[in-house]
Design a protein around this ligand. Structure first.
Ligand SMILES: Nc1nc2c(c(=O)[nH]1)N[C@@H](CN(C=O)c1ccc(C(=O)N[C@@H](CCC(=O)O)C(=O)O)cc1)CN2
Length: 286
């Protein structure tokens, strides 16, 4: 199935009979072939309904703007739908923020360079200069914006200026600075962070030390959308690994880094492929 002809329709609405029939009947009436259809009801007794369809557009009998207009007038109002259509050939622009740790950044660059992430990387921004050479070796622009207590506002504004028009979404690949409200707000549900713990455990800085001192028997990594509140946004992906009393903090970090890079890459791929619907502070990931 070619991404050049694939469209994706994501829907959230109050659950009731007739939704699937109305949506598929509408698409059928416009010569659309549906390739995949996933759905979820949050409560069989009448919660929210979530659906993701992928369909092919070559034989569409109207333009894409006309299809969206017709869906918004004919189907959506009947079911009080929140909906969006993405076209897989419209590659999202990803910007990556990083500090000093390179494992999550390199995982994304490596998977992108192999064509496994169907997006473009517009830039990497770091508050440290260390990773310039590694990033530029992938042909990706690198911007160093140092952050000290006295210049945080100016630094955040400089990052926002760089990102303006150049980023559909932002990934924090072990970026170790807390983003202020004025940074998060314009990118609501479009900033993905990798937290190096199995949230909600061990929020904030240095979660491996927190885990070691708690004597955990599993460690984890969590990818989530960023909100103003630290490490509290909708969770997209998580994974865990078993540990024991034999692990010191460095051993926990060594094992954890493999989890972090895989969890972040899986979350980014889901976002790029339009598989995530945010429902309050939770997600539905198809
Ligand atoms: N608004 C948000 N910003 C950030 C989030 C978030 O969820 N909301 N996640 C963090 C990432 N992170 C843990 O995953 C994290 C990073 C940094 C800190 C922290 O205390 N940073 C200190 C400075 C530390 C340093 O200079 O080395 C600070 O910002 O004062 C806690 C958690 C990314 N941003």
């Amino acid at each position: 199935m070619s991404l050049e002809t694939t469209a994706r329709l994501l829907i959230t609405c109050p659950d009731k009979p007739g939704i699937v029939a109305a949506v598929t009947g509408f698409l059928y009436s416009h010569n659309v072939n549906i390739n995949t259809l996933d759905q979820h009801s949050s409560d069989p007794e009448g919660g929210n309904f979530f659906m993701r369809l992928e369909f092919q557009t070559p034989h569409l009998d109207i333009s894409k703007p006309a299809l969206e207009k017709a869906f918004g007038e004919v189907v959506a109002p009947r079911f009080d739908m929140h909906w969006r259509i993405h076209y897989a050939w419209e590659r999202k622009k990803m910007a990556i923020l990083v500090s000093r740790w390179d494992h999550c950044l390199l995982e994304l660059l490596w998977r992108w360079s192999r064509g496994e992430l169907h997006c473009d990387i517009s830039m990497v921004i770091s508050n440290h200069p260390d990773l310039r050479e590694a990033v530029e070796s992938f042909g990706v622009p690198f911007h160093h914006i140092p952050i000290i207590k006295e210049n945080r506002h100016e630094a955040d504004q400089a990052m926002l200026k760089l990102l303006d028009g150049q980023a559909d979404f932002v990934v924090l690949a072990r970026y170790m600075q807390i983003l202020p409200k004025e940074f998060v707000a314009p990118y609501s549900r479009r900033i993905i962070n990798i937290h190096h713990s199995f949230l909600p455990a061990f929020i904030g800085a240095d979660p491996y030390r927190q885990a070691y001192e708690r004597g955990v028997k599993i460690i984890g990594a969590t990818a989530h959308y960023v909100t103003e509140e630290l490490d509290a946004g909708p969770i997209i992906e998580q994974d865990v690994a078993r540990v024991s009393h034999r692990y010191n903090i460095e051993a926990l970090k060594d094992l954890g880094r493999d989890l972090e890079r895989q969890v972040l890459a899986r979350a980014v791929r889901c976002h790029v492929d339009d598989r995530i619907i945010v429902d309050g502070n939770k997600t539905v990931v198809f």
